[in-house]
Ligand binder design. Sequence first.
Ligand code: HXC
Length: 256
Amino acid sequence: MSVVLLERPAEHVALIRINRPDARNALNMAVRKLLAQHLTDLGQDPATRVIIITGNEKAFAAGADIKEMADAGTIEMMQRGTHLLWRVIAACPKPVIAAVNGFALGGGCELAMTCDIIIAGENAKLGQPEVKIGILPGGGGTQRLPRAIGKYKAMKICLTGDLVAAKDAYDMGLVSEIAPDAEVEKRAIEMATQIASYAPLAVQQIKELVNAGQDASLDTALRLETKAMHILFSSQDQKEGMQAFIEKRKPEFQGR
Ligand code: HXC
């Protein structure tokens, strides 16, 4: 069986399942390449509006595969180009929901942070323990974590390597929502279905704006927002959405 499975749990929703249970879903090169390939394909697939990434009950992903990189040198690490595969994941234009049970550590936590929404099981544990094995959070952790939760909490997590319980991660803004462990996937599919029922162009513009705006000045970001808002008035879905409201009926969005 493949180390990454693609499922279709609901209309317009794709679910990507990391499938290395014996290695706590450690992200080896095969997993990373398949994740990047699936996200590229689904990003271009008109039938897919929202994507979920998940693992199993024990692990979302326990980080980069330590056994695969233990003996690597600098040039080999460069040539593996994992940072490029990571960028492909982050560049997906459609919303990506991380459904996290068990461990989301190191590259696993960074993968979750590359997603747009994180739903965590109440017993999930997140963290950046790389410092304990002589490296650092190299998949975006030193940058995305402080942007998400602020410098001082991020420093503590990255420098101590201590794991963070789901409830604490929620309180600090690292997790969007907590669900009972057994219901994480169900809740992710439910939320994905809700988002998939909205106008895809509007949804994609929102994702792009929230992400692009974070690193721009407020003035520039607000201008981007205004332009995107105006652009949506060229879409059929804007006309349909507002007409449906006026006619007191459910809109039928087409992604045009
Ligand atoms: C390779 C791993 C692994 C990993 C677990 N395994 N995590 N293999 N890479 N990251 C393997 C174990 O070696 C073991 O294999 C099997 O999975 C089960 O793991 P256990 O440790 O026995 O399970 P458990 O006691 O439940 O503990 C789970 C755990 C622990 C807390 C997640 O495995 C752990 O601490 N893993 C490492 C976490 C980590 O340091 N992550 C950061 C990686 S560096 P065998 O063959 O013995 O059964 C990173 C850098 C990102 O992510 C940079 C991006 C480029």
